[in-house]
Design a protein around this ligand. Structure first.
Ligand code: HEC
Length: 211
């Protein structure tokens, strides 16, 4: 074989190698799995794997000690968050039902009880009142807490946001629901949300009725 033949063989081998390389690159791009930012389904009680890795843990979110966190909650911040709700809910006293029922004085209200609103069967089937705990769990992920609810709202992941919002909803009533007495060990166990200010024991002033 003369050197010209060798050149052809080496060329063919190199060419094949480059071809395989390119095909792999393209294939990797095309078949790269797209990991959604948010899972398409949510299983109650299952916490996603933390960003730093580690096994997914099945943990029920600890409920706040309302006697501690409400006193220090940021009602103004909660009112700002409530604008997300106003897409579908009127919050004013005597206001209309919209896509969702009017939410004036919703804290401690009997579930699915607002006159004139056509609740889903799922909501009507779940008895009880909208206590602080119930709102806290529902607002994290409405669809997983009341499967089949008509409320198509993704939910508020941050416990702090939910506490502030619930503090605002509480204040948005003629007679705000009672705040339970703090649990003895609360200072340590309460979510980071509002514990420091809570120590001062300041009760947020209720804004005027309506908005
Ligand atoms: C996309 C529209 C939409 C948004 C946004 C929304 N909701 Fe709802 N909400 C609904 C609907 C519809 C229902 C009725 C659910 C049912 O019957 O299953 C509802 C029901 C509720 C209920 C139950 C009321 C009752 O009388 O039993 C509460 C509490 C509630 N929403 C709070 C909120 C809060 C707080 C926010 C803001 C963080 C919010 N919602 C955002 C549509 C919405």
């Amino acid at each position: 074989m003369d050197s010209f033949e060798w050149n052809k063989i080496i060329g063919a081998v190199l060419g094949t190698a480059i071809f395989i390389f390119v095909v792999r690159l393209v294939a990797e791009k095309v078949y790269e799995p797209e990991i959604p930012a948010k899972p398409g389904y949510v299983v109650e009680g299952v916490v996603e794997t933390p960003a730093g890795g580690g096994a997914a843990a099945v943990v029920e979110e600890a409920l706040p000690d309302w006697g501690t966190v409400l006193a220090g909650a940021d009602v103004a911040a909660g009112k700002t968050i409530s604008t997300k709700c106003e897409q579908c809910h009127n919050l004013a006293k005597g206001g209309p039902n919209m896509i969702g029922p009017n939410l004036y004085a919703v804290v401690d209200r009997v579930r699915a009880s607002h006159p004139g609103f056509d609740y889903s069967a799922a909501m009507k089937a779940k008895p009880g009142n909208w206590t602080y705990d119930e709102l806290f769990k529902f607002l994290k992920s409405p669809g997983s807490y009341v499967p089949g609810t008509k409320m198509s709202f993704a939910g508020l992941r941050s416990d702090k946001d939910r506490i502030n919002l619930i503090a605002y909803l509480r204040s948005n009533a003629d007679a705000p629901a009672a705040i339970p007495a703090p649990k003895p060990a609360a200072a340590a166990a309460a979510p980071a949300a509002a514990a420091p200010e809570a120590a001062k024991g300041a009760t947020p002033p209720a804004p005027p009725a309506g908005k």
